[in-house]
Design a binder for this molecule. Structure first.
Ligand SMILES: Cc1cc2nc3c(=O)[nH]c(=O)nc-3n(C[C@H](O)[C@H](O)[C@H](O)COP(=O)(O)OP(=O)(O)OC[C@H]3O[C@@H](n4cnc5c(N)ncnc54)[C@H](O)[C@@H]3O)c2cc1C
Length: 344
């Protein structure tokens, strides 16, 4: 397969990670993206950028830890902006049993008392009695990370052709990797969109060094710090494919969470409100499916940055393990669904 040409369709986090992994493994790669600028048209633009497999384990499948934990090193090797300071989970004193329940569903955490919370996050001093600290987790700024991937591809001579909309079946290449996110639903009928809303604020009064989660009855709420007092507050999880701006109800929920974490957020400026649809399969896990020369890599759900490196490795293995031969192709659908086969 070395020397073969591969076209990656879509330059979200899935497409860029796949292209980089394939190029690093010696393949001749090209990326096409229908938008004329890299990022804003993709779901990846809205992400919080938490690399938090152990926190996610509390509400997801074990695969998210197994596949996501190695991504932290993958990003750290390729993006200098990867911050490895862990993450915190807090809850108001009345909901402390919720924190124990969260802990019981995961691993790799330490219990912190109020003094240790203050040491790690001075601006949270005196606000929470207990917290869970996940020291091995990390975070990154997704928009900078996408730009860094694009730079790494450029340095390797991998072209990214912007403003090119391609139907994967019509691509002129030996192999095509379909990373069109939710647009790939024409070929992946079981893909659905899960609405997520977020907002970005700038605060002069509250500084955080690591993502902080606040347990919430309806969706996992978190605040991810970025540079210069900017924080991303996310994210709603709504089983709806409705596009369109953030609703008042969601904005109120997200802002209340920030305010509950620290009343100093009351004076913060709202910089951005944004919403998009996460591409998800019925099991909320990513899958790689191959149909002849087309490899579809999709379903990153709410784990785009966390699981894209894993997805990229599966794609590269599929390409280099070459021709998925007939016995590995599902005889009913013609698909090779790699994760399920690996688990089987
Ligand atoms: C509010 C919110 C918060 C989130 N927070 C996190 C988080 O903290 N951590 C995390 O890991 N994940 C998070 N996610 C999830 C993550 O953003 C998604 O899983 C991920 O972005 C999906 O990436 P993708 O590359 O598959 O799709 P996309 O990012 O949508 O990329 C698909 C690309 O394909 C292009 N395209 C489509 N059709 C064509 C075509 N025919 N030809 C050429 N190009 C085409 C599109 O323009 C787009 O650029 C969050 C998502 C949301 C909405």
């Amino acid at each position: 397969m070395q020397g073969s040409s591969v076209i990656v369709v879509g330059a979200g986090v899935a497409g860029l990670c796949c292209a980089l992994e394939l190029s690093e493994r010696g393949l001749r790669v090209e990326v096409v993206e229908r938008a004329t600028t890299l990022g804003p048209a993709s779901c990846s633009w809205m992400a919080g950028g938490m690399l938090a497999p152990w926190c996610e384990r509390a509400t997801t499948e074990p695969e998210v830890v197994a596949w996501g934990a190695p991504s932290i090193a993958w990003w750290a090797e390729r993006f200098a902006g990867t911050v490895r300071r862990g993450s915190l989970v807090v809850t108001p004193p009345r909901d402390l049993p919720e924190l124990s329940r969260f802990a019981s569903r995961t691993e790799r955490y330490e219990w912190l008392d109020a003094d240790r919370i203050a040491e790690l996050e001075p601006d949270l001093a005196g606000r929470f009695r207990r917290a869970l600290y996940f020291p091995d987790e990390a975070h990154l700024e997704p928009r900078r990370a996408l730009a860094a991937l694009a730079d790494a591809l450029a340095a390797r001579g991998v072209p990214i052709r912007l403003g090119v909309e391609l139907v994967p079946e019509q691509a002129d290449a030996d192999l095509v990797v379909d990373c069109r996110g939710l647009t790939a639903r024409d070929a992946l009928p079981d893909l659905r969109g899960v609405r997520g809303e977020m907002l970005v604020v700038r605060s002069r009064d509250v500084r955080l060094s690591r993502p902080v989660r606040l347990l919430h009855p309806r969706f996992p709420l978190y605040i991810v710090p970025r540079a210069d007092g900017v924080c991303m507050i996310g994210a709603t999880m709504i089983e709806s494919e409705q596009r369109g701006p953030v609703t008042v109800r969601s904005a109120v929920d997200l802002l209340n969470a920030a305010f509950a974490l620290h009343s100093g957020f009351g004076e913060a400026e709202i910089v951005e409100l944004g919403a998009d649809l996460r591409p998800a399969f019925p099991d909320n896990l990513p899958h790689v499916r191959r149909e002849g020369r087309i490899i579809r890599a999709n379903g990153l759900y709410r784990h785009g940055f966390l699981l894209a490196p894993w997805l990229a490795r599966q794609v590269a293995d599929s390409v280099l393990g070459a021709h998925i031969d007939s016995e590995t192709v599902d005889t009913e659908t013609g698909d090779a669904d790699l994760p399920q086969r690996r688990r089987a």
